[in-house]
Design a protein around this ligand. Sequence first.
Ligand SMILES: C[S@@+](CC[C@H](N)C(=O)[O-])C[C@H]1O[C@@H](n2cnc3c(N)ncnc32)[C@H](O)[C@@H]1O
Length: 272
Amino acid sequence: MTHQVPAGIGTRPHSARLYDFFLGGKTNYAADRKVAVESLRQFPHAMVAARQNRAFMHRVVRHLARDHGMRQFLDIGTGIPTAPNLHQVAQAEQPGARVVYSDNDPLVLAHARALMNSTPEGATDYIEADVREPEVILEHARSTLDFSRPVALSVIALFHFLPEEDAPYGIIRHLMDALPSGSALALSHATEEFDPEGMRRIVATYRAGGVNLTLRSHKEVLTFFEGLDLVDPGLAATCDWRLDLDTDDVPQLPGMVSPAESGVWAGLAFKP
Ligand SMILES: C[S@@+](CC[C@H](N)C(=O)[O-])C[C@H]1O[C@@H](n2cnc3c(N)ncnc32)[C@H](O)[C@@H]1O
């Protein structure tokens, strides 16, 4: 699946491309790089924070597939493809895993081919949609995922792009209500609690570029998990969340990165 990049797409910064820049990707435009470089000036840990967040995604997905036998994933706010993508992590453990991706940046769709290289036993699909229309995403996902069996919903580094007026907690509830018992929620979310000054500066830089960030506290982020069973260690900084699961060539040692550098809460919960 290859789509044309829509005309005029690079004129305004977008969160997906800022994140791509911080991860060292090349799928970003001058307008994105301008805000990204200024963000680094204001919060020099932004690249570390992005990589810590991505490493959380790898650990939590590997854990779900390997240790919980999870074979279905609904990933919203997927981001520009960056290997390994979620399905590659899941299918390394469960070759038959089925993954539906969704994002609202048209540039992700233009690169969706990299999300479609599923194992023959498994399946991947992509829908360009906004998380503020959860029913559109659920409707599409039903053609690939079996909603009578557990599904892991991953919304990693997504909900800080939704202000209160978008009713972010209600959106998670809507999505989790559609999934059966045994389903999981993997979520990460930026916070100002570890480095209030640095994070406020990055919020201001993003806002000046037209990208709104809503940071939330530990207590507020816990609200996303209401009615679900949060697993150990609960809500933790991405850099501290289950480092024992890291099987990468260069393991991350406890304390190597501080919460002030990573700036993001992370958690995993199951639906009872
Ligand atoms: C920081 S990236 C995270 C990417 C990936 N989940 C990860 O953690 O590696 C946030 C993604 O959310 C997407 N996004 C932001 N607002 C969105 C919305 N309202 N609906 C759907 N996707 C959105 C952006 O396009 C971007 O790809």
